[in-house]
Design a binder for this molecule. Structure first.
Ligand code: SGN
Ligand code: CA
Length: 559
């Protein structure tokens, strides 16, 4: 062999070796499992707080990895949160400002990018977009909110299919089935495992009904909040006492309601019927076995109940059902983790557990979410990534659902589009924090006027303060001192002691709005779209007179 041929061979060997190294690198890319439940309050995860419920399986993720104590959402409502997660952009940029308008599928999402880069992708459970997800090799999603019992799914391959059983178990069965039978071992995968539970109307699995309808839970300190100094809180319609319905939510049968003369709220009895009509005869018998006792007990106690007693009773009823649905989520997360462990899939997989937002569990007397007050603004976040994240660690950094897209692209070693607005959490997860600097986050809620009547508001949140502007038919500011007032009961905006803080935060709010591209003009743009839609289609959940009153009030408040 002459020397030039020798050299050529050598070069070839080096190139081939480099290629095969690269192949291995590609093959070694981590799997990503994104577990999200719907409306799961951090107060109901024992890794955060164990006074309400034990969630040993969800806690396993924190034990293996990191618990975030200051994770939040940019807009505390379902579909907008999901849009932010998928696009890495605030609502005002990706356009999905509320649950009502469908998601704009021309947005580029991180699953589309991952799929292109060689990831196998799948989604099972709740999406709530009004259209199908892009960028998935496989999906089975619930239509809209989906049903707890014997639910329909929209499937990629077979269209709409009905499944028998309990939704949380079914979503897990689908997920495990995909891992066992469809996953390609040679490719990295990104799996979105998305529970419907614990969303309203909180119908738990049969196996938990007896235990949970007989358990009493501790009350939060602010169950009897009077909302003084916070008009938007006062006007919201999410009081456990006044806005939970007796049948649909508290599971008092329409017959018992009639016997007791209980008022119907909205389409209460119909909602109960929709839920119950889905149950087969065995499921219904099991439901009745536990809930007829609930009905009887209320009937006996009600004549002597004060308003305070009613609030307390309704809080217990709410917690029993809400927490009961989480019990099944926890068991099913356990099934998934067991499968991963038994199949050597834990080592090279990042597992995220989160919720689309937090939820009020009686704080301020409320259920539901939407406000920038902590229980709905914050969201649970637990992340395991064996070998990369120190087991049992915590982070109090102000991270957001805005950060997931870039985090996953970073984990996969794929370039992050420049117009995404979050930041990769990898430096926090791996303890290399030099480049992580965030002192404030931005929040903006839009869905108003609508069910629950939480006014439109935007806010800047730092670890110390929240500066909030309510702006539809109210026009006022709130300043919350998070250090002195962690329960968020007092608006100190007009307190002279906070004059400097107020000035500084106003400046920072302007800056952060500019940074993320939000503005009064954009607010008006989204109000115009809303008004046009109201004219054309009316509005669900708000009657015409009420809407007119709000619009008149708006014209006065914001001339
Ligand atoms: C339903 C619920 C509301 C809830 C919204 C949004 N009412 O409309 O209480 O706030 O969903 O929830 S119900 O009477 O239909 O149960 S979200 O999680 O989808 O944003
Ligand atoms: Ca939700």
């Amino acid at each position: 062999m002459n020397s030039s041929i020798k050299l050529l061979c050598l070069v070839l060997i080096v190139v081939l070796a480099a290629c095969s190294d690269q192949d291995q690198e590609v093959a070694k890319r981590p799997n990503i499992i994104f577990i999200m439940s719907d409306d799961h309050a951090y107060q109901a995860i024992s890794a955060y707080d164990d006074k309400l419920l034990q969630t040993p399986n969800i806690d396993r993720i924190a034990k293996m990895g990191m618990l975030f104590t200051n994770a939040s959402v940019t807009n505390s409502i379902c579909a907008p949160s999901r849009a932010t997660i998928l696009t890495g952009k605030h609502s005002h940029i990706n356009g999905k400002i509320d649950n009502h308008f469908p998601f704009d599928t021309t947005n580029i999402t991180f699953p589309q990018i991952l799929k292109k880069s060689g990831y196998q992708t799948a989604m099972f459970g709740k999406l709530h977009f009004g259209n199908n997800p892009k960028g998935f090799d496989q999906f089975k999603i619930l239509p809209g909110q989906g049903a707890y019992y014997n639910p329909d799914f929209i499937t990629k391959d077979e269209g709409r299919v009905n499944f028998k059983g309990y939704v949380t178990d079914i979503i897990t069965d689908m997920t495990l089935d995909w891992l066992k039978n469809e996953r390609k071992p040679e490719d990295p995968f990104m799996l979105m495992y998305l529970h419907k539970a614990p969303h309203r109307s909180w119908i738990m699995a049969e196996r938990h009904m007896e235990e949970f309808t007989n358990t009493t839970f501790p009350e939060p300190e602010t169950l009897f909040d009077d909302y003084s100094s916070r008009p938007a809180a006062r006007e919201a319609e999410m009081s456990i006492l006044n806005h939970l319905s007796w049948a649909g939510d508290s599971k008092i049968s329409p017959e018992t309601m009639d016997e007791m003369n209980l008022p119907e709220i909205g389409i209460d009895k119909l909602r109960y019927k929709f839920g119950m009509d889905r149950l087969d005869s065995t499921q219904l018998a099991n439901f009745n076995a536990s809930y007829s006792k609930v009905n009887e007990k209320l009937k006996a106690a009600y004549p002597n109940m004060t308003e305070e007693d009613k609030m307390r009773w309704r809080y217990q009823r709410y917690m029993q059902d809400y927490l009961g649905t989480i019990k099944a989520v926890d068991e099913n997360v356990g099934r998934l983790l067991d499968y991963l462990e038994a199949n050597n899939l834990m080592e090279n997989t990042i597992i995220v557990y989160t919720s689309d937002q937090g939820f009020y569990l009686g704080e301020h007397g409320w259920f539901d979410k939407r406000f920038v007050y902590d229980e709905s603004f914050k969201t649970p976040l637990l992340v395991a990534w064996p070998g990369k994240i120190e087991a049992g660690s915590t982070s109090d950094e102000m991270v957001q659902n805005l950060d997931f897209a870039q985090t996953f692209l970073d984990v996969a070693g794929v370039e992050q589009p420049e117009d995404m607005q979050g930041e990769s959490l990898v430096p926090i997860l791996t303890g290399q924090m030099e480049n992580w600097e965030r002192e404030a986050v931005y929040y903006h809620y839009y869905e108003y006027p609508a069910e629950h009547m939480v006014n439109r508001h935007y806010a800047i949140v730092t670890k110390e303060f929240k500066l909030i502007h309510y702006y539809f038919d109210l026009n006022y500011w709130e300043l919350i001192d998070r250090r002195k007032d962690p329960r968020e009961l007092t608006n100190v905006y007009d307190d002279p002691a906070y004059a400097d803080v107020k000035e500084k935060l106003h400046k920072e709010l302007e800056e952060i709005r500019k940074k993320y591209g939000d503005s009064d003009e954009l607010n008006q743009h989204y109000i115009d779209i809303f008004m046009k839609d109201v004219e054309e289609n009316g509005i669900f959940g708000v009657n015409k007179e009420k809407l007119q009153q709000i619009i008149d009030k708006r014209n006065k408040a914001m001339p």
